[in-house]
Design a protein around this ligand. Sequence first.
Ligand code: SF4
Length: 457
Amino acid sequence: MTTLTPLDLFTIGVGPSSSHTVGPMRAAARFLAELRESHNLADTARVQISLFGSLGATGVGHGTANALVAGLGGASPERCDPLVVSTAFERAVATGSLQIGERDIAFAEDDIALRPLTRLPQHSNAMQFESFDANGNLLLSKIYFSVGGGFVESEDDFGATPSAPDLSLPYEYANAADLLALCESTGLSIADIAYANCVAASSEAAVDATIKAIWSTMRGCIEDGLSSDGMLPGTLNVTRRAAGIGRKLLAEEETGTPVSELSNEWLQAYAIAVNEENAAGMRVVTAPTNGAAGIIPAVGYYAQIFKNVPIERIERDYLLTAGAIGTLYKRNASISGAEAGCQGEVGSACSMAAAGLAAVLGGTTQQIENAAEIAMEHNLGLTCDPVGGFVQMPCIERNAIAAGTAVAAVRLALAGDGSHKISLDTVIETMRQTGVDMSSKYKETSTGGLAVNVVEC
Ligand code: SF4
């Protein structure tokens, strides 16, 4: 069982999807590593990849083929050049050549096959990698699952009964009740507990550097989105809006409208900016996924600009509290749209952001838990139905609305004393059950909802 720490919920990567872009790039890199370890790389003359279920259904719109080709060439989500990745598949097809590690082998378009109607029993996001020698003999075959948030599991370790975690953390908790009890017994905040656990899995210097890099990337993503006009990639002809909204708001400020009156509009612009960057395949932080990547940066930036929260508190208390709540969703329900629908992605992000904001605005541990609970409660049942398989409609606006929901949830929670009827654990379990009951049409397959009722033009 791999140790899960709060910062694992935030990965610096590329758009447009954590499960369909970041995960497949990591799976391809893992296959490359296994080819090396098994001494089959030198004899590999062809690689065949099959994408099953949701990956086969919406992989084209999510840039999955680009991610696979880039990953086999050795690219990683953290360090790759997003512009190079965005044309990787097209280049491989045009040249008939695939870079795999330090070698070049022949490549044809159908070496990446889409099999949307085949769902492997373990998970909807499955990939099979097969390598063959020059005579067509199978050298190595591996199946991986992209389980959301950029996390990848192999067929060998999928669903294995966890024995003990790789590493024991100073503060172990299985659910929100445990986390609250730990805060009560130690006098520590949720962020303190999260920090101690992250340091135990790494080091203080590494954790501090990671937190800074995450927030810096999130802010940079907002700023890049607010300064980029034009069309998003794909066949939907979606025009970027964040930069135009930002210009309009600046013009209003210049005519004397107090900036505080525009805080909700800026909050939405921040979220849209990030999700437009994500849709364009640029550098983003999975938070906890790419489709929901705008909510946590937008709410954090809103706190910094409009609530005067110092950047040090955003980096530490906001992100770590949000990450700790994210671990509860990852462990006890799901952060994957393919598993739980959009409630798992946008709902989890909204809940994480609400917890973080309540923390930096001085909420008690009970008020933080209440804010997280309210935020998820009103995302229950939210389906995943991206039009054309692109992470654009409804995803981009949905992040803006969820950022507003997170702020509203914090207002409600801070207006009370922290006591409430429905616990965060109850709402997380309800989200899990709702996800299990949800038709596969609404779980990132683009076969239901808006995806079938909106005419692509
Ligand atoms: S609808 Fe929600 S879960 Fe589905 S791709 Fe968009 S943001 Fe992700």
